[in-house]
Ligand binder design. Structure first.
Ligand code: HEC
Ligand code: HEC
Length: 418
């Protein structure tokens, strides 16, 4: 990430480069017409004319960072963190689709027009018609677009908590710290006693310890890769090699092994300090929590159907709870830059040591509980090793959210997502 103080200067030079490189490269682009045939991208037929126009406009507006090949290696990309998206990976973070699915054109429009705050991806003033062609052209960089269709758009339903802010915030706070384990990655914003009380209330579970540095965020590796060395971070050097009998494949494997790339790590935002990339109004927060952040550790909650734990009575209410968390995060975002934010964090950092109550009798529930939709929740002791996701009816797990704290949630293979 660009240090706050240096941002205006660095962005100034980025913009200079964008204009210079854009202008000279645009001249070249006019001479060639690289597309002679239409293509099917994201399930829609796109004409060669659109793609040629898109390439020209892309060269003008986007190439400086995202590069000629869409690989995020443009001349202005050096040292940027997060690095410009490598479109050849076909992965995106902020689309209003369940993370992992391809974005819809409206997602690209929103992202380009609004920008991603706190990154070099500013809001770009691209005329609509050109933007439409750029969006199609971007899809030619990854073969994924020729095979897959975009995900179903997540549209926020009406806010069920309208006019009941305090109740929404209280519910959101409990979910955040206990049920959905947001604080496994993002900071906690409650005292240890408060978290223990909320956990006991919802899960009938006695907290005995908390994660280290629980009032800070946990740095998470993402699925994004870049070959551009970061300027100010230690790099994780990944070596990839494949064994093969064939000379050709061996040479290829040697080349791959020699290629260096860096795993992009991301620090989940501290809501009372860090600006959010894709907007911090309530509907933006609903979208982020429902969709998750694609290619990162941040899970999607939209597909998790309402559920009641038969033993504790703990209830997950689907959309209504996603909205409650949006209200809670919004209440934290509202503290950003205020004295209350500092007072709250001071109080949390200087609270008395936690005295764990005597443990409850060993719960007979270190085990999977299932419902009719074959989803399971596993509640276990606060250790990853003790999580045992199980699907009795269909014994294979389709997906799990391994949340760093005490819970895991998953869906059994073959189960319909509601
Ligand atoms: C000054 C550099 C710069 C320019 C110019 C630029 N971008 Fe970006 N772009 C970025 C960075 C950096 C990111 C990564 C942000 C992140 O990962 O949070 C990004 C990310 C993106 C993403 C991914 C969003 C997601 O949800 O994953 C898209 C799409 C995108 N840019 C499109 C464009 C288009 C289209 C243009 C031209 C109109 C453009 N960008 C111009 C720097 C730039
Ligand atoms: C396993 C780790 C993890 C968990 C659990 C998690 N997040 Fe995140 N979250 C992240 C990461 C990583 C990012 C940063 C992505 C980035 O920098 O682009 C993030 C980003 C966000 C953002 C900001 C998106 C933006 O526009 O910049 C919000 C809001 C958010 N998380 C809310 C939540 C809520 C609410 C929960 C609980 C339901 C949650 N997160 C659970 C890892 C996590």
């Amino acid at each position: 990430m660009i240090p706050i103080g240096a941002r205006p200067r660095i962005l100034g030079s980025i913009l200079g480069t964008v204009i210079l490189w854009g202008a000279s490269a645009a001249l070249v682009a006019c001479e060639e017409e690289p597309f002679s045939k239409s293509m099917t991208l994201g399930g829609k037929k796109v004409s060669a004319d659109t793609l040629n126009a898109g390439k020209e406009a892309y060269t003008h507006y986007c190439r400086a960072c995202h590069g000629d090949k869409g690989d995020g290696r443009g001349p202005a990309a050096l040292g940027l963190r997060p690095p410009p998206r490598d479109f050849s990976q076909g992965k995106f973070k902020f689309a209003a689709v369940e993370s992992g699915s391809l974005p819809n054109d409206d997602d690209f429009r929103r992202i380009v027009k609004k920008g991603l705050h706190g990154t070099a991806m500013l809001s770009w003033d691209v005329p609509d018609q050109e933007l439409t062609t750029i969006i199609q052209y971007i899809k030619t960089f990854s073969p994924k677009w020729q095979k897959e269709k975009p995900g179903t758009p997540i549209v926020p339903p009406p806010d069920p908590w309208a006019g009941q802010d305090p109740a929404a915030i209280q519910r959101g706070k409990e979910l955040y710290h206990v049920t959905t384990q947001c604080a496994g990655c993002h900071p906690n914003y409650a005292t240890r006693d408060d978290i223990a009380a909320m956990t006991l209330k919802l899960k009938k579970f006695q907290v005995t310890s908390f994660r280290d540095d629980m009032y800070g965020s946990v740095l998470k590796e993402s699925e994004y890769r870049t070959t551009l060395a970061p300027q100010d971070e230690p790099a994780v050097h990944i070596k990839k090699g494949a064994k093969s009998e064939h000379k050709e494949a061996k040479d290829e494997a040697a080349k791959t092994a020699a290629a260096k790339y860096f795993v992009v790590s991301l620090l989940p935002p501290d809501f009372v300090r860090t600006p959010l990339r894709s907007g911090d109004e309530l509907p933006d927060l609903y979208r982020t929590i429902a969709a998750g952040v694609g290619g990162t550790a941040m899970p999607s909650w939209k597909a998790t159907a309402p559920y009641t734990d038969p033993t504790t009575g703990e209830h997950w209410d689907g959309d209504k709870d996603i909205w409650a968390m949006a209200h809670y995060v919004k209440s934290l975002v509202n503290l950003r830059g205020t004295r209350e934010a500092n007072t709250m964090q001071d109080k949390l950092l200087h609270q008395p040591a936690y005295v764990a109550p005597p443990p409850l009798p060993e719960p007979a529930r270190n085990d999977a509980l299932e419902n009719s939709r074959s989803e399971f929740w596993v509640w276990a002791k606060p250790s990853k090793n003790s999580l045992v996701p199980r699907c009795a009816a269909q014994p294979r797990v389709r997906s799990t959210h391994h949340l760093d704290g005490i819970a895991a949630l998953g869906t059994c293979r073959g189960a319909k997502s509601a």
